[in-house]
Design a protein around this ligand. Sequence first.
Ligand code: SF4
Length: 419
Amino acid sequence: MSLNNTPSAERLHIGIFGKRNAGKSSIINAITRQDLSIVSDVKGTTTDPVFKAMELLPLGPVVLIDTPGLDDEGELGEMRVRKAYQMLNKTDIAVLVIDASAGMTQEDLRILERIKEKRIPYVIVWNKMDLLTEKKSTKNTFEKLPAPANPDAFTDEAASVHLSESHSIYVSTKTGKNIYELKELVAKQMPSTKNDCHIISDLLAPNDFVVLVVPIDSSAPKGRLILPQQQTIRDILDAQASAIVVKDTELKETLQKLGSLTKLVITDSQVFQQVSAVVPPEIPLTSFSILFARYKGNLETVVKGANALDRLKDGDTILISEGCTHHRQCDDIGTVKLPNLVRKHTGKDIRFEFTSGTEFPDDLSPYRMTIHCGGCMLSEREMKYRLKCAEDQNIPLTNYGTAIAHMNGILKRSLEFLR
Ligand code: SF4
């Protein structure tokens, strides 16, 4: 897989935060050497978060997120600031850009606190060092003193913020000073656990045969497989095993031909029940959703969360949440098939509410439980954030595949191979 084809959820997400005109967009342009953001002297050019996937050395494949200004005003402005804060949930490394000639402000401090609360590795960039006075621009001052550039603008509160040299750097996008060093500093913050997980390859041996069941109905995208299917095939190949991809209609014959050679069957959750009836009990069976919950470190939570389906009462509301808005193939499961299955399973009058994309309510108290999609387009950080929200508020959370397996009575079987 070339770096350019690395799926977005697998890329390191670098969020660029700061006030309007602190120079966020110029920083992005300087480190990428491209005109990705529109740079203008008019405050607030970035009104919505802008995502750009790219290869950024020495980090490799990343997504840069250019966020709206933290000091945006008015009703719309407040909405944009909220969006900027929401982007923290997608961010693996935060870059806080501060206008060095103006100093650190309340807005900078506020987001810095949130960054620390969320334990996001960060870098503080004191931009516009070229605007500082001659006296302050001595080499030693800039390279060794991680203090605010403008002491007059620096509040007492700000002074108490601990800024260590490992988190802080002075740069000038105008002269290009310290841009290379900035990239190196950002790279040093890289979380060490990134890309250490496996979808299934850790449980396979070379030459194993794995059968993948992919129903091709009207909701399947034309001419291609969806991302979790592509990633699983690649992971199987990485284990030097063989991936055999079939539609549910060809599964029975394929299994008969393979006989005892089949190591595992992985199915799309939509046809879990039919597939379970076809796969002999001695052949392990699981689903893409369950594998991805394991891959993202959530399996235990979603399995526990599925039990809440048995405790639902008349009038309870379930939140059904999807990680993206542009994959129609999941819509049908979330808005139609899953609600029908829940009503049938519980026999109760259950209400449903739906969210998609970056929308995920901070307050989950109106819901008895949450059923989330597989989250293949969400970064590990964002998925963990959603799970943490649910856990903190004591609201059970499960995912589509686990919920469907539970309601069809095949969850235990679906987990056996993974334990
Ligand atoms: S809805 Fe969820 S599982 Fe489906 S493609 Fe989007 S992120 Fe992936």
